[in-house]
Design a protein around this ligand. Structure first.
Ligand code: RAM
Length: 901
């Protein structure tokens, strides 16, 4: 077997609406042989799925490249669907069949006639009506249609209808971008929805992030207050002619049954006001008005769409001590409730949403602050009515039901989980149910907070694209799901919102949500500008994105360099520091680690990553510059914060974590710092005291410094503060505070207490990268080279993990047997090379499927590395077994190198 499959264009399966002049194609190779390397490939493009007329043919390209292969040397035509297929040759003389064809469809691109439609609003007649406006147009079709495509966007949010049916399965379109600079449009194939004769097209608009409440100070309409639609329906007939239905003054507007819809507040709906799209007679329609608004800021959809990803049924219907009827969804989730109800016309039912019940078991909403998360539905009567909201989402586990007639049937309620439709890539399971629950909670933190932008939390009056949180979690997120399109879009917003002097807003998109001009450029937050593109480069091999972001990265560095009067220390300005660290002063959110220490450490780190980016992109002079700058920062850091004998003068866990993780110390001082970190953890009773900045790196640093057992001890702590404390308290997502809810049931302050905050979920990376040991290699990014370095530790008997990479699935599993034997199973996909690190130097003790290593032909080489053996492999599945060494017995080093064929 040697096949090519899993065709993707710009990370996506059959995307429509790409405005990229040289799209990139990626594929997987599959083979049951070991050591498979692609020697050559061929790509063909066609306008027809049968592929019998070829538009463009790459010819046989001698190359092992199978990810991000740019289609160049051919010019895409706007609004055109291209089918493509791939075949490949391996080095052993095998030739694959052609893959099944996949397709991509171009959008409006830079066509001269793009956006002939006008922006339209509901106009003066609905000016003071707070309901969501509807816009509608009727048109006739006389001829047979072969293709019909809608291109649409909105100021606010839109939902399209064609002949009474909802168009597409996307929600929260056109997504949240920095609306004054960038606005996405979406493309829908509606060929099958048109009919001969009369057709009706319509849209409902909601305020969304554009015009609704945003931020914690109650402000609204930060981007604008007029919701508007821009739409083109392009119709191609059998006879080759074309028509366009454009948004314009021939559209009509009316109020809708959605009386109010707001991201934070919820939705109010009066079903008595419903009127059919097809029958205009029941509503009063007035002419739509034209709005003058920019069109040159419109870009094709870059992110994957938000869709309904899962449905949950309530696990219980409770009556609280206060007498409330409350559904328990069994999971802190983000999305909304769909429900069915029957009753009299005018009867109103209400749903309130909360993350937790308080100590007494009552419904608790104080931590939502001003976000109401309230859905109200007024019945039209006369049968079963089923409803779900349109332009709002809630973060909740519990739903308080008001006005429903008893007996309430659980079956009438469904939780619809909504988030950006990213491909799930990571799976992790181990012998500890509590750690599995932690992994589950991390995953649900991502589901809840990746709704078009990476947010800190999904429930209170915040839900903002906090840069620091995104930076902390991006690597874990990119193990769990394919985040590349999601972060590509967000990084473009970051670039768009970056200040002229290189400063980075606290959150992106920005729109001055905080109402303060100084809400920008905190260390570890602004560093998202550098850490995010570099992480995507490592995880997906995305050089194009790195090149796109490179100026933004450089500007951020330049911003820091120009602060204060010492260009190598960052000791000025406002910083969040080690946010929510447990060593903070009473009443403060800021951990004890000096803020200029954190700032200078991140400065050094970002410069080191920007230097790497410069080398990757071939900016050699820049690389030299950043190299020198880095050396100077490190020097200044040591002068300021490290004694000549190597003591770090800031005596916190986070300070030691950062110095080690960012490699800021003299090599001979590293051991001392590691030992000191151990001491600090021990002094805290084997607990962490770290906040947002230190926590993500704590366990990775302990593992790397040879203190794996302590990292495991921290993982397995069950009392406060620890990851498993919240798990044992019944958490189903990760909390903002280590003590969001205390053992005695009391709660952290009401003003900032999210139970769905992914930041501390950044430990997920350690589970994949260290415990299971699946690591990318920055020199062959996107897992073109993979290092599998499992780290068994006390408390776990087995671990099983996999990551679906750009090349295919990498997996790693280890299992400690009762007889003292360890089994390590790994899989490396075709066209990838790997190494496996096994904790023994005595090669004779390690066997692969019962054979001594040197007899396994697929093994290219192995060598001693410290007390370990590093085995170099080609693709394939391997099972290694060895007898575990007793604690302090180290076999003699036997450095050997076996040359493979
Ligand atoms: C709060 C949240 C958020 C954090 C900022 C600094 O709003 O905890 O996650 O990034 O503070």
């Amino acid at each position: 077997m040697f096949i090519v499959n899993h065709l993707r264009c710009e990370y996506r399966k059959n995307p429509i609406g790409l405005d990229i002049s040289s799209p990139r194609i990626s594929w997987h190779l599959e083979s049951d042989a070991r050591n498979v390397v692609q020697e050559a490939y061929q790509i063909q493009l066609s306008l027809v799925p049968e592929m019998n007329r070829i538009e463009w043919d790459s010819g046989r390209q001698h190359s092992n490249r199978s990810i991000h292969v740019e289609l160049t040397g051919w010019k895409p035509v706007p609004r055109t669907r291209y089918y493509y297929r791939v075949r490949a040759w391996d080095g052993a003389g095998n030739e694959s069949e052609w893959s099944e064809p996949a397709f991509f469809e171009t959008g409006l691109m830079d066509a001269e006639d793009r956006w002939q439609a006008d922006w339209i609003t509901a106009g003066a007649a609905l000016k003071d009506d707070p309901s969501c406006p509807r816009l509608r147009r009727v048109f006739e079709l006389q001829k047979a249609v072969v293709r019909a495509t809608i291109y649409a966007t909105a100021l606010g949010l839109y939902e399209l209808h064609l002949n009474g049916a909802r168009v597409g399965d996307h929600y929260f379109t056109p997504g949240w971008t920095s609306y004054d600079k960038r606005l996405q449009y979406q493309v829908y194939d509606v060929t099958s929805m048109l009919v001969a004769g009369q057709n009706v097209i319509g849209a409902v608009l909601g305020d969304g992030w554009y015009g609704g409440h945003l931020g914690w100070d109650g402000r609204k309409g930060l981007f604008g207050d007029d919701c508007a639609l821009l739409l083109e329906l392009h119709i191609r007939y059998e006879d080759g002619s074309e028509d366009r239905i454009l948004s314009g003054k021939d559209w009509m507007a009316s109020a809708s049954a959605i009386a109010m819809s707001d991201i934070y507040m919820g939705e109010t709906y009066d079903a008595r006001l419903e009127s059919d799209w097809l029958d205009a007679s029941r509503a009063s329609w007035s002419p739509a008005a034209i709005l003058d608004h920019a069109k040159d800021i419109i870009v094709a959809q870059e992110n994957v769409p938000v869709t309904a990803m899962e449905q949950l049924k309530p696990i219980a219907l409770l009556t609280t001590p206060e007498g409330d009827r409350v559904l328990d969804m069994g999971q802190n989730m983000v999305g909304w409730m769909r429900f069915s109800v029957q009753g009299d016309p005018g009867q109103t039912v209400e749903l309130l949403h909360a993350e937790i019940l308080d100590h007494a078991g009552n419904f608790y909403t104080e931590n939502l602050r001003s976000a109401k998360q309230q859905v109200q539905y007024t019945l039209k009567g006369g049968g079963v009515e089923t409803y779900e909201p349109h332009f709002t989402f809630q973060g909740f586990r519990y739903v308080k039901l008001i006005g429903f007639s008893e007996p309430i049937q659980i079956d009438d309620f469904t939780g619809v989980v909504l988030h950006s439709n990213m491909e799930r890539t990571g799976e992790f399971a181990c012998s500890s149910p509590l750690v599995n629950q932690l992994h589950h909670n991390i995953l649900w933190g991502q589901k809840g907070n990746f709704l078009d932008v990476p947010t800190d939390c999904p429930q209170r009056d915040e839900r903002l694209g906090w840069t620091g949180d995104a930076q902390m979690f991006i690597r874990t997120a990119s193990y769990l799901m394919n985040t590349a399109p999601f972060f590509t879009k967000w990084l473009r917003d970051l670039r768009a919102d970056q200040h002229e002097d290189g400063g980075i807003p606290f959150f992106v998109p920005d729109a001055n949500v905080s109402g303060s001009d100084s809400a920008h450029s905190s260390a570890a937050w602004g560093d998202a500008a550098v850490i995010c593109p570099w992480t995507l480069y490592e995880m997906y091999g995305d050089t194009r994105l790195l090149a796109e972001q490179y100026d933004s990265m450089k500007q951020w560095i330049e911003y820091i360099r120009s602060q204060g009067d010492n260009p190598y220390l960052w000791n000025t300005g406002f910083h969040f520091g080690d946010w929510l660290g447990l060593d903070s002063k009473p009443g403060s959110y800021v951990g004890a680690t000096d803020r200029d220490y954190v700032a200078t450490a991140f400065y050094a780190y970002s410069v080191s990553l920007t230097r790497k980016a410069a080398s990757v992109l071939g900016y050699d002079q820049d690389a030299v510059y950043f190299d020198q700058l880095h050396a100077q920062i490190i020097q200044a850091f040591r002068n300021e914060f490290v004694t000549p004998a190597g003591r770090i003068s800031v005596p916190t866990q986070t300070a030691h974590v950062l110095a080690l993780h960012f490699d800021l110390l003299e090599p001979e001082h590293r051991k001392r710092a590691g030992d000191q970190l151990v001491k600090l953890v021990e002094e805290a009773g084997n607990h962490l005291t770290t906040g947002f900045v230190g926590t993500p790196y704590l366990n990775p640093v302990l593992s790397a410094a040879g203190h794996r057992d302590l990292a495991y001890t921290l993982l397995f702590q069950k009392d406060y503060p620890s990851w498993l404390f919240q798990v044992t308290q019944g958490a189903t997502t990760v909390w903002e505070h280590w003590d969001g809810m205390r053992e005695d049931g009391s709660l952290w302050s009401r003003d900032m207490n999210s139970f769905n905050h992914y930041a501390y979920g950044a430990i997920g990376e350690w589970l994949y990268r260290d415990v299971a040991g699946i690591r990318p290699d920055e020199h062959r990014p996107g897992f073109g080279m993979v290092h599998i370095e499992p780290q068994p530790g006390p408390g776990l008997d087995w671990v099983k993990a996999k990551v679906d990479t750009m090349y295919g699935t990498v997996s790693s599993a280890w299992h400690r047997q009762d007889n003292g034997e360890m089994i390590v199973e790994v899989h490396i996909p075709a066209n990838v090379s790997g190494t496996v690190l096994l904790p023994l130097a005595a090669k004779a003790a390690v066997k692969e499927q019962g054979q001594p290593l040197e007899e396994v032909t697929a093994i290219r080489a192995f060598r001693a590395e410290g007390t370990d053996t590093r085995v170099e492999l080609g693709s394939g599945s391997y099972t290694f077994t060895y007898v575990l060494p007793k604690a302090d017995e180290h076999p003699e080093l036997e450095a050997e190198k076996v040359q493979s064929s």
